[in-house]
Design a protein around this ligand. Structure first.
Ligand SMILES: Nc1ncnc2c1ncn2[C@@H]1O[C@H](COP(=O)(O)OP(=O)(O)O)[C@@H](O)[C@H]1O
Ligand SMILES: N[C@@H](CC(=O)OP(=O)(O)O)C(=O)O
Length: 550
């Protein structure tokens, strides 16, 4: 939708309000605004933005005598628009020292005008969750004795002290956190909804501290709580999905403020606001990556950078094999598959907004900014690619489901999957024959939140499946995902099976499926790490293992 400035008459704004998707990142579009302008009264206005989300022109309503008149401003000089998202994870902002380094890192890119997304400091989210669990049983007068709460208070107060900013930056939040823990202790209950509210304190504090520090050293910054900024989600506490309404709302809010007074936006990662209940939600662990790509898409920015504590996406989890090395280039599909199948480095849903808006994602190391990192784009040259990365997902459950009917019976798979659907259980990998199907599922993703209910949920699933099939439930299995060029699957499998045979490991299920980038193998948990190490050595460390090109 391309609009000329002439077509911007104030009378059109009301009509604009009725169009839910009026923000079209890939073309010019206009927004209706309602804001407190410089004119000292509640004012209305509109923006015309370019394909990149840059503001081309604006119109504001101004009072002259008794009349409201439109004042137009044309800004064809787009040098001032926001350019990139820079997301810093917990490890990047774990201490005052780290925050100083991140501030220096941001200012080392004077050509960029970033939107900064921050996670909670270090392991704050884990500590908050542990404090909440303890509060359930400790009694309302013993909150101060919760070690994790003391740790959180100490970390944030010490950081403030070391950065030389005012304690009022977080004192109100720390008081409210104590009140919340007291309430949890009184109720003896930690619901998914209160859990999300509880962990939100981590990001709310880190962003306030960092913003205050940037302002103190002369870098203009403005703090935003994602749940007040337009990140609108489903009401699925602890694992909410971003809703479409987020994109125009976030773009409007950030540009509105940016136009009034440019200041680097510092946004809480991981958090949103449930659209029905209006309560704080979270996007699943590691969800700040998704916040970053969502904002990148909303504003149509040039690049989304996620700054971590590793030199990019690596050939495998460095905790499994220290010889893991950076992968220079990935496609969105490869990165999504890798994240979905367990690589902690990226949030499973985070590639979606980036790939929808075709914005490159760069994974960088805030401890080693010189390292080139990994660039993730829509396409890459796969002609020489064989294996890109190996991912391990442990403690998964496998089900072998064999039909009790004869060969040729139709509707077997439909019946099996309707049972999964009825019980709201999703499966990761599937392998089928005419009368049997094997599936894997992640017990942590069952629709329940404790171990006992997890077991009974599985029992219920088996009971239902046994009405139509013989079921073999196999727990403590691992999926090893070989992310690579599946067009060379024979080469990959030949090598992989030879390695596994040499290690005395039997593969219990193989799934290549529709994915063009992933072959999944299921093995016993007890052998899985050893398998990944051996596969990594064979594919990435042994010079002789280089495959001939086709
Ligand atoms: N394939 C992989 N590549 C890079 N890091 C990985 C991989 N698999 C697991 N990791 C782990 O992911 C961590 C980075 O992700 P995360 O902790 O979520 O970062 P942050 O909190 O900085 O966003 C690394 O420290 C590493 O231990
Ligand atoms: N703090 C949240 C969200 C997040 O994204 O964290 P990180 O970027 O440190 O993985 C978590 O720990 O899950």
């Amino acid at each position: 939708m391309a609009l000329s400035l002439d077509s911007l008459a104030l009378g059109q704004f009301t009509a604009c309000r009725t169009q839910p998707n009026y923000f079209l990142p890939k073309s010019s579009a206009y927004f209706e605004l309602k804001f407190n302008s410089n004119f000292n009264f509640r004012s209305r206005g509109a923006l015309v933005v370019n394909s990149n989300g840059g503001v081309l022109s604006s119109v504001a309503e101004k009072k002259e005598g008794n009349r409201n008149v439109a004042e137009k401003k044309e800004d064809n000089n787009l040098d001032n628009e926001l350019t990139v998202v820079m997301k810093f994870g917990g490890s990047s902002v774990a201490t005052a020292e780290r925050m100083k380094e991140v501030a220096a890192l941001i200012s080392s890119f004077p050509e960029e005008r970033p939107v900064v997304v921050l996670s909670a400091m270090g392991k704050t989210t884990n500590k908050l969750l542990a404090a909440g669990e303890k509060a359930v049983n400790c009694g309302a007068f013993k909150i101060d004795e919760i070690e994790e709460f003391a740790f959180i208070k100490d970390l944030h107060v010490r950081t403030i002290d070391e950065l030389g900013i005012d304690i009022s930056t977080v004192s109100g939040l720390l008081t409210r956190l104590e009140q919340l823990l007291t309430a949890i202790a009184m109720m003896k209950e930690l619901t998914p909804r209160s859990r999300d509210y509880l962990v939100s304190f981590g990001e709310c504090m880190s962003t306030r501290i960092f913003t205050a520090y940037l302002n103190k050293i002369g870098i203009k910054a403005r703090q935003y709580d994602a749940f007040d900024m337009g990140i609108i989600t489903t009401d699925d506490f602890t694992n909410a999905d971003i809703l479409e309404a987020t994109y125009p709302a976030v773009a409007k809010r950030l540009y509105e403020d940016w136009i009034k007074e440019p200041a680097i936006p510092i946004v809480t990662g991981f958090l949103g606001k449930g659209w029905k209940l209006g309560a704080i939600t979270t996007l699943g662990r590691g969800g700040s990556d998704l916040t970053a790509t969502t904002i990148g898409k909303a504003l149509g920015l040039r690049e989304i950078q996620v700054w971590k504590d590793v030199d990019g996406v690596l050939t495998c989890d460095p905790n499994i094999h220290p010889a893991a090395k950076p992968v220079p280039h990935l496609t969105f599909e490869e990165a999504a598959e890798l994240a979905y199948f367990g690589a902690q480095v990226l949030h499973p849903q985070s590639m979606k907004p980036a790939s929808e808006s075709d914005i490159p994602v760069r994974v960088k190391n805030s401890y080693n900014p010189q390292a080139p990192g990994t660039i993730i784009t829509k396409e890459r040259d796969l002609s020489k690619a064989v294996l890109t990365s190996i991912v391990l997902k442990s403690n998964i459950t496998m089900l072998d489901i064999v039909s009790t009917r004869m060969l040729g019976q139709h509707g077997f798979l439909a019946k099996v999957f309707s049972i999964f659907n009825d019980l709201r259980i999703s499966v990761d990998s599937v392998a089928t024959s005419e009368v049997s199907v094997s599936v894997t599922l992640d017990p942590k993703k069952l629709p329940c939140d404790d171990l006992i209910r997890e077991e009974s949920e599985l029992d219920h699933l088996v009971e239902e499946l046994e009405k139509i099939a013989v079921v073999n439930l196999l727990q403590k299995r691992s999926i090893i995902s070989l992310i690579g060029n599946v067009e060379r699957s024979s080469l990959i499998l030949e090598k992989a099976f030879s390695v596994l045979r040499n290690n005395g490991v039997n593969v219990q299920m193989i799934s290549q499926g529709a994915s063009k980038v992933n072959i999944s193998l299921v093995v016993d948990d007890s052998k899985a790490k050893q398998c990944v190490q051996a596969l990594h050595s064979a594919f990435f460390e042994n010079e002789e293992s280089h495959f001939p090109s086709r």
